[in-house]
Design a protein around this ligand. Structure first.
Ligand code: FAD
Length: 188
């Protein structure tokens, strides 16, 4: 693999590798990118990530899913997670922007077939999205048929990059209080 693929070339000062795990733990939607017969795809998924095992993440869904089947095949994958932190507006059209934290992961997937491992990951995934929910009290345990119909893919993260933009607009007029127009940051 190219050693260049995780090098942030545009705005390298925004490189934030130390935030990668935090971003993956906070994210809710991952975009899975893969190439099938020379056609690139990027498909959104819910996912599971555990800070205690930061070298992997999990996707799951129907066994009929084309994307998941390909992800489980060992083909090269790219997974991105983005947190949108702010909408940045500037006195210059050119300098409107977004504050964000994002991670780009490269890796390969394999199916998790062990039922106990599957149950453990699904329980943790439910609690990641819905802290405090408990099997038996809040929801019924997955049946054997449901587990059999579901494909769980573990993606081993070979390497990743993280990038973050913070702060206000940086246009040439934005630091001049006398310049016409308005500027600032609002919550997304
Ligand atoms: C926030 C979010 C979370 C999701 N979480 C999961 C999950 O955890 N598990 C899961 O199995 N699925 C999830 N989905 C649905 C997922 O995006 C796919 O639609 C699904 O997995 C089927 O994938 P496929 O490759 O078999 O689709 P196919 O039907 O084979 O895809 C064929 C074409 O349909 C289009 N397509 C597929 N999915 C989408 C989409 N989401 N939006 C627009 N066009 C699409 C694309 O053009 C694609 O090339 C989620 C979707 C969203 C938006």
């Amino acid at each position: 693999m190219s050693p260049q693929r995780t090098e942030i070339k545009r705005h390298p000062e925004r490189s934030a590798p130390e935030q990668a795990c935090e971003i993956l733990a906070a994210g809710r939607v991952a975009h899975l990118a893969f190439v099938e017969r020379e056609q690139p795809f990027a498909i959104p998924f819910g996912y599971h990530f555990d800070l205690r095992q930061p070298d992997r993440l999990y996707l799951h869904g129907s066994r009929a899913s084309r994307a998941l089947t390909l992800a489980a095949s060992g083909a090269p994958l790219c997974v991105t997670v983005t947190l949108l932190d702010g909408l940045v507006y500037s006195k210059s059209a050119m300098n409107h922007s977004l504050n964000y934290r994002s991670v780009v992961c490269f890796g390969r997937g394999q199916e998790i077939t062990d039922r106990a491992a599957q149950r453990g990951i699904y329980d943790l995934m439910i609690r990641r999205y819905h802290p405090g929910r408990t099997e038996g009290r809040d929801y019924a345990r997955a049946t054997e048929e449901q587990l059999a119909a579901t494909l769980l893919v573990e993606i081993a993260i070979e390497e990743c990059s993280a990038k973050a933009r913070i702060g206000g607009p940086t246009g040439p007029l934005d630091s001049d209080p006398w310049a016409p127009g308005t500027c600032g940051v609002v919550a997304p």
